[in-house]
Design a protein around this ligand. Structure first.
Ligand code: PEP
Ligand code: MG
Length: 755
């Protein structure tokens, strides 16, 4: 075994401790450090790059050409060193030149070296430098070696900040001053204006090397006690809604807070000679790295719970208690963070927190579930926002439009504020229309339902006045929980959903997982797909996993005891798939009947039409089903062969294109005479102009996002059915080049409210 692997982190730390305590000037200390590390890891090269004037400058090296020191400079993102700094991520490569970002720097004389490992030196969550080692032989550095490098990087961060060697990350150098527009992924819809506030006024780790290990241990113990107390208090003080997913989210979070493994790992890090703060950070870094390697979006979501807790513990132990939440929001604020845990969000004053912008984030993240319950808009995946905004600058967030305007001009801000007022007015108008029927001016009723996936969503039935849930995406419960929900848990969940719906119907769609919505417990079988959207997903997977489907069927049947069960199958491509899925349900009904369990009073079956092939066999399918729901999200991607998740294609194909509209019209015509309810449940139906077109094609039922119910109802109540039907016939017979604009002009002339 290599000396580096056996040499303890403690020994390196002791060496560093001496360097830090020495009277050497900073440059001398850095030179000393590269030697200690190079020796400890038996690396031919050890180098330190620091961020100065916006570039990474080689500050010290053992093994590279001395003449390159203070000469070699790499931009952020340039070469391996620049990549590490830009992504704040460790690289460990046995063949450096094989990495796509490798850049050969001639003056360093590094051509002899094959393997390369580098870790970022982090200050205030940004990389202020890079510590790198290189080796002549191609080999991967071992985990203990990488961990040693990370520990050293932490100590270096302390050293260089004290010595004033680097750009101060707090100063926000390089941030522009003009208006910029950034885009992201809407996680919770809505719009808001406010001043930027950074979630994490960074906990500065002042000392990394422990003087007294026992004292450090005691500090961590008491911090743990305090943290658990805080969390228990917070959980008991939640003041919005009961009986929703946010409660489960908080329960999971509490479980992490009491995790013994976590406190043990921190203790071990203290044993190696780190201070309490450094040990917490060390363990967190390691977890982060492991999670990245696993590359599982669900685990990544859980990761944010851990980050949240770790930051909390760090703040307590360091006495730097001030997140923006604890300092108190002074005015309307837009919170900016890389990511947030659910409890971190809960700490903010709801009256002043207007919106959240995250650099990461996903629809199933716990923080998003809590934000939804709190009614706060969230835009996720806004790349690099933390480096493009300063604290206190004005931000206009429009999650509906996927955009953020930073430092708007006075006139932009003014018009945005007007839009917000307009939105409020419209909202009030829609709320007042809640109990009005969705009927056209010439008396045609349209059934408006909502799409849902969480118990928290069910309150929208009351607030919108929608007639039921036309699409309940059951996979959501699976996606947000860490383990496969067992039958009892599923059943309880479905029953709660039905209870929340009262007399209104709920159409449960069976699991639509697989492909890009892979679950960790089914992952092995689903991970290697080239075209996940076309892959082994939804009903295809469920039919192969009959156990999973049987369990869900039983849970749904039991939950619907004495009531109507509406069940719908996703991605039906051929009628036999519907037969097979229905047979599983019928089998469960028979089984439960034999057990003398109370059964649903009625079971209605439906299919989603998302795969174009199904349209060719509707005559076979229609006699078997009670309802058909057109899923325009998937249908569009299959019809145009255009990935719905690819942002480059997002705007290319229009829902108001003759191909889609004619296709839907053909389906509607084909259903004539079968007594089958036909609905559209894709996003298309939630856009007023699109909904108008659909009604013109003969669609009478729409299941849409709750926020769209008001606008779509207003559109329906201002339209005449006969007119739109004639207009659509005309437009489809000889489509104009821009059907959208032709329809829009016509609708405006008719006085139809299309948004
Ligand atoms: C659809 O594909 O249109 C649909 C409603 O299902 P999902 O968006 O859940 O795939
Ligand atoms: Mg779909």
């Amino acid at each position: 075994m290599m000396e580096s692997a056996t040499r303890s982190a403690r020994n390196i730390l002791t060496g560093l401790h001496e360097v830090m305590a020495s009277k050497n000037h900073a440059q001398g200390k850095l030179n000393h450090v590269v030697n200690i590390i190079g020796e400890a890891l038996t690396s031919e090269v050890c180098s330190i790059y620091l961020l100065r004037d916006g570039a990474l400058e080689l500050f010290a090296t053992r093994g590279l050409n001395e003449a390159a020191v203070h000469v070699t400079r790499l931009g952020l993102g340039e070469g391996l060193v620049g990549t590490i700094a830009e992504n704040v991520e460790t690289l460990n490569l046995d063949e450096a030149a094989a990495h796509p970002n490798f850049r050969y720097v001639p003056e360093t004389g590094e051509e002899r070296f094959h393997s390369f490992a580098g870790v970022p030196i982090v200050r205030s969550e940004r990389a202020v430098g890079v510590l790198a080692v290189q080796h002549v032989e191609p080999r991967k550095y071992e985990e203990v070696e990488i961990e040693a490098l990370q520990t050293v990087a932490m100590v270096l961060s302390e050293l260089i900040a004290n010595a004033d060697l680097i750009d101060d990350p707090e100063v926000g150098s390089g941030i522009e001053t003009g208006t910029i527009v950034l885009t992201g992924l809407p996680l919770v819809k809505g719009a808001a204006a406010g001043v930027a506030i950074f979630h994490q006024p960074n906990v500065r780790i002042e000392h990394t090397v422990a003087e007294d290990i026992e004292a450090e241990r005691q500090r961590v113990y008491s911090a743990f006690d305090k943290m658990r107390e805080q969390i228990d208090r917070m959980a008991s003080q939640i003041d919005f809604g009961t009986g929703g997913e946010h409660e489960e989210v908080i329960a999971t979070y509490k479980m992490f807070a009491y995790d013994e493994g976590w406190s043990r790992r921190i203790n071990e890090a203290i044993d190696s000679g780190l201070t309490a703060e450094a040990a917490i950070e060390r363990v967190q870094q390691r977890t982060r790295m492991r999670m990245r390697q696993i590359d599982d979006p669900l685990l990544a979501d859980r990761m944010h719970d851990l980050e949240d807790l770790s930051n909390r513990l760090l703040r307590i132990v360091s006495g730097q208690m001030s997140t923006a939440a604890q300092l108190g929001l002074k005015k309307d604020s837009i919170l900016i963070a890389r990511n947030l845990g659910p409890a971190e969000l809960l700490e903010y004053d709801k009256r002043r927190l207007r919106g959240v912008i995250l650099e990461e984030g996903s629809l199933t993240a716990h923080v998003v579930i809590v934000a939804r319950a709190m009614g706060i808009p969230v835009l996720g995946r806004v790349r690099g926002i933390r480096h493009k905004v300063r604290d206190g600058e004005m931000i206009l967030l429009n999650a509906d439009e996927k955009s953020v305007i930073v430092r708007p001009s006075a006139s932009t801000e003014e018009s945005f504020q007007h839009q917000l007022v307009d939105r409020q007015k419209k909202k009030a108008r829609y709320a007042a229309m809640r109990d009005d029927p969705a009927v056209t001016k010439d008396g045609l009723p349209i059934t408006l339902m909502i799409n849902a996936g969480l118990r928290d969503d069910m309150s929208a039935l009351a607030t919108t006045g929608a007639e039921g849930v036309g699409l309940f995406r059951t996979e959501f419960q699976f996606l947000i929980s860490a383990t496969l929900p067992q039958r009892e848990r599923q059943q309880r969940f479905y029953r709660d959903v039905l209870d929340a719906a009262g007399d209104k119907p709920v159409i449960f769609r069976t699991l639509d997982i697989g492909g890009d919505k892979a679950l960790p417990y089914l992952k092995d079988e689903t991970s290697e797909e080239e075209n996940p959207a076309l892959g082994w997903r939804a009903l295809r997977l469920s039919l192969d996993h009959a156990g999973l489907m049987k369990t869900q069927a039983r849970a749904l049947i039991e939950a619907s005891a004495g009531r109507t069960l509406n069940v719908m199958f996703p991605m039906v491509s051929e009628p036999w798939e519907f037969d097979a899925a229905k047979a599983i349900f019928e089998g469960q009904i028979e089984f439960l009947g034999k057990l003398k369990k109370q059964l649903p009073s009625k079971v209605r079956y439906g299919a989603m039409l998302e795969v174009p092939a199904l349209a060719e066999t509707l005559d076979v399918l229609l006699p078997k089903i009670q309802f058909l729901s057109i899923g325009t999200n998937d249908l569009t991607q299959f019809l145009f062969a255009a990935d719905r998740a690819d942002p480059r294609l997002a705007e290319r194909y229009d829902w108001l294109s003759p191909a889609i509209l004619r296709f839907i019209k053909r389906v509607v015509d084909a259903t004539e005479g079968y007594g089958v309810d036909v609905a559209v449940c894709g996003e298309m139906g939630g856009r007023s102009l699109e909904a108008l077109a659909l009604i013109g094609l003969g669609i009478r039922r729409l299941s849409i996002t709750p926020a769209a119910v008001g606008p779509v109802k207003a559109m329906i109540r201002s339209a005449e059915h006969a007119g739109i039907q004639a207009k659509m016939t005309e437009l489809l017979a000889s489509p104009p080049q821009n059907l959208r604009s032709a329809l829009s002009v016509w609708a405006t002339a008719q006085g139809i409210e299309t948004g």
